[in-house]
Design a protein around this ligand. Structure first.
Ligand code: DMJ
Length: 604
């Protein structure tokens, strides 16, 4: 009773009149009812529960009304329909290639989860002549020291104003990049310059570069890069730095980057796209290239680096990719025996019939010869392909001008254009390098051809005001070895002419090649040197030229390296043991007669 009076139900006269047991039963019924209600809510199917909840919230004006929900569903359906339509518009091959890219990506992600696998140890090829190269003669040594000083100025300026950027703007004194590197900041100059620093004995600078690479060089960037440029400058540069210094980091980085390039090969034909996004693996071609074509000099300049990658990793994929390209080309008809510069990776058909030994074609021929040399002359298929290609080039593209200058023109739809590019000048060195081993004992002929091209290219320098060569020069209407159009009068620190002087020097020891090289070095130092590095010039025929304000990475990789080698003894990087990639990165000869590359048996 005392309890009764304590019960706060006193507010309700009805409850207050109930007995304790009756109140207890009432409480029990009430709690059973509440449990039932909750249970019913939880056992309802999920979607109706959410819908009710959403609608309830919607009613309060917070989220969706029933109508907006319907709109949303409709929009979703339309989007899905649109995507399906787009998929249908793509060809079967494109879809297959896309699926393949996706698959590779998933496989790569899975691999990454397991962590990077250590690379298998492989025997280091014999490395001969990787330091010194003292020329003996004090006068030559002085010239060599001057080239080393120029390298130091180029490097120090980049170190100070452009560090980590791809290239340098030596006038504005800040970093620079071009579309070949996408929007990446991958220190192209550092990677390209490493081996030059090494052979010049600039070891502190080399270490500085190595440290940057260890700490900063990352390829998981959302950047669309040129497969060719990244291969010759980065993979070539890293591999050469690895072989010269023995530092594992360079090999590891080269392989990481190579993996990022592989999705570019997922095309209907296996001919790679010109560009690939390093993050997504999606590839495509340059908008300007004949009807969506890939470029001969780009997909044809991967062989040396990819063979080395297979050698160093034991992964046959690299070798197989480049051999596939070779086999595909071998099966194709060639107009007049010439290789057109454009090939469509979707259809496997040639694009515009334009053949050149300069831009768009050049290093394809170079790599055929060098594949043979790099295999210790065992890759006779490459040699034969080179010989056949050069024979057709000589027949259709090489002529003598009225003034007696041998030049290599360009073949455009059945017509010979009597114009030669600065880029084409590398061919003098190539002919000399390929002389030994040429068919029908024509070694003398090819050495002579190399000398004639070197002479013509020297004339193209000598006939300017600055004694530097223009980008392109003509051989008609009385004009010989001079640029006619304003937009062909520039010099952007290119190496090809000096490259040919160096090869000619190695094969003939004719002092004129050192003389010509020295003329070029002095002209570069006089007209291209500025306080912030070295710059290209816009008009080699003007005594007061304007600068283009770019210090190209190949100036450090190639131009200065070839000059340094020209004034060194032949013991530095002998050509019997080293083959230079097209960016002047030396790779050792692989004695493939004594070893088998993984994947090479399947190709036969
Ligand atoms: C370099 O990147 C390479 O030599 C390439 O093969 C073509 N030319 C540039 C330098 O001119």
């Amino acid at each position: 009773i005392a309890m009764e009076t304590e019960i706060p139900f006193s507010a309700s006269p009805c409850l207050a009149t109930l007995r304790l047991s009756e109140k207890f039963i009432l409480l029990l019924i009430l709690s059973a009812f509440i449990t039932l209600c909750f249970g019913a809510f939880f056992f309802l199917p999920d979607n109706s529960k959410h819908k009710r909840f959403d609608l309830a919230v919607g009613v309060q004006g917070l989220c969706y009304s029933e109508e907006s929900l319907r709109d949303k569903i409709r929009a979703d359906h339309e989007r899905a329909l649109q995507e399906a339509k787009e998929k249908l518009r793509k060809s079967k091959e494109e879809l297959r290639a896309e699926i393949q890219t996706e698959k590779t990506k998933v496989a790569e992600d899975l691999k990454k989860k397991d962590g990077p696998k250590p690379l298998p140890p492989v025997p280091m090829p014999k490395l001969v002549g990787i330091n010194d190269g003292d020329p003996g003669d004090p006068d030559v040594k002085e010239k060599r020291d001057k080239i080393r000083e120029m390298m130091k100025h180029a490097w120090d300026s980049y170190r100070q104003y452009g560090w980590g950027h791809n290239e340098l703007k030596p006038i504005a004194k800040k970093g620079h990049s071009t579309n070949i590197f996408g929007n990446s900041q991958m220190g192209a100059t550092i990677v390209d310059a490493l081996d030059t620093l090494y052979i010049m004995g600039l070891h502190d600078e080399f270490k500085d570069g190595q440290e940057w690479i260890e700490q900063n060089l990352d390829f998981s960037v959302n950047a669309e890069v040129s497969v060719f440029e990244v291969n010759i400058r980065f993979i070539g540069g890293l591999l050469a730095a690895y072989y010269l210094s023995g530092q594992e980091v360079f090999k590891v980085k080269a392989v990481q980057l190579a993996e990022k390039l592989l999705p570019a090969f997922n095309t209907p034909t296996g001919i790679p796209w010109a560009m690939v996004n390093l993050k997504s693996g999606v590839g495509h071609n340059w908008g300007w290239a004949s009807a969506g074509s890939s470029i001969l000099a780009e997909f044809g300049t991967l062989h040396m680096e990819f063979v080395h990658l297979t050698y160093l990793t034991g992964n046959p994929a690299y070798y197989q990719k480049v051999m596939h390209i070779r086999k595909l080309l071998a099966k194709m008809d060639r107009p007049n025996g010439l290789y057109p510069n454009y090939l469509n990776p979707r259809t496997g058909r040639w694009g515009q019939h334009h053949t050149s030994v300069g831009g768009l074609g050049d290093s394809f021929y170079e790599y055929l010869l060098k594949a043979w040399l790099m295999s210790d002359k065992t890759d006779t298929e490459a040699r034969k392909t080179y010989d056949d290609a050069i024979e057709a080039i000589e027949r259709h593209l090489i002529r003598k001008s009225n003034g007696g200058l041998t030049f290599i023109g360009e073949w455009k739809n059945g017509h010979l254009e009597r114009k030669m590019g600065h880029l084409t000048c590398f061919a003098g060195g190539m002919f000399a390098l390929g002389a030994d081993g040429s068919p029908d004992d024509k070694a003398g002929h090819y050495l002579q051809l190399g000398a004639e091209i070197a002479h013509t290219c020297h004339e193209s320098y000598d006939r300017t005001v600055l004694k530097l060569g223009p980008e392109a020069f003509k051989f008609d209407s009385g004009l010989e070895a001079v640029a006619v159009r304003q937009n062909e009068k520039y010099y952007i620190l290119r190496p090809e002419v000096i490259e040919t002087y160096w090869y000619m020097w190695r094969f003939t020891h004719d002092p004129k090649y050192r003389q010509w090289g020295w003329e070029a070095a002095q002209a570069i130092d006089k007209y291209c040197r500025v306080s912030g590095g070295f710059s290209g010039v816009k008009d080699v025929y003007s005594s007061n030229p304007t600068y283009d304000d770019v210090q190209q990475s190949f100036f450090l990789a190639e131009t200065l390296k070839y000059l340094y080698l020209l004034f060194s003894s032949d013991e530095l990087l002998p050509l019997e043991n080293w083959v230079f990639n097209t960016e002047a990165h030396p790779l050792p000869v692989l004695h493939l007669g004594n070893l088998t590359l993984p994947g090479s048996q399947d190709q036969r």
